[in-house]
Design a protein around this ligand. Sequence first.
Ligand code: SAM
Length: 231
Amino acid sequence: MAATVQREQVASAYGRWAPVYDMIFGPVFRRGRLDAVAAAERIGGRVLEVGVGTGLSLPSYGKGTRIVGVDISEPMLERARRRVQLLHLDHVESIAVGDAENLAFPTASFDVVVAQYVVTAVPNPERALDEFVRVVRPGGEIIITTRIGAETGLRGTIEKWLMPVTSRLGWRTEFSWSRYERWALGAPGVRLLERRALPPLGHFSLVRYLRLPDPAERTANAPAKAKVVSA
Ligand SMILES: C[S@@+](CC[C@H](N)C(=O)[O-])C[C@H]1O[C@@H](n2cnc3c(N)ncnc32)[C@H](O)[C@@H]1O
């Protein structure tokens, strides 16, 4: 059976990463975080950051944007809370334990959902994506930064081969774009706005979905082409 990620295993993996997370993953994901925040700021309002981690992106939001952060790992969140306190980030409404696959928020309660480097860390990514759609208001956006796995070729083979290792570290390597496409086809009320490969290698992308006002509008808007940009 193909290796996959388990929620408890991921939570304890990030518990171990927490003390060194900023040092190792701070610079690596910096560009994606800045781009995701810039995209969210274009809409503003109330933003849910799923998998907020140690809160590295929190200081980048404007003071007029209210942020709610959730994450499965309490040790990661402790650091996020400390950051909020130290930097007086008054625009952060709350930081709490929460599961991307079962968000404890009412339908349409956010203007934007931001999920940075988290979709590949949850056991059922499609269920998490469904939850993002549920909690964002019609007209709002879902902004994801994520690793896009290779469909074929040497990279694809290596990624599949690495899965048993990386799933223990807290993420999956094989999660191809076709899985997002299949999800979006079956998800009522979302439309891909943009897929932008992030430098340096383009293995990570920024992906934006629009939450349509109602499912019927998906068909009405179907001909509009999403922007797809390579790194
Ligand atoms: C690679 S880190 C990214 C953290 C942060 N977004 C950043 O850009 O630095 C992935 C985060 O997702 C969290 N996570 C993993 N599974 C989750 C789940 N099911 N629900 C919520 N958060 C989860 C992890 O605890 C970890 O903090």
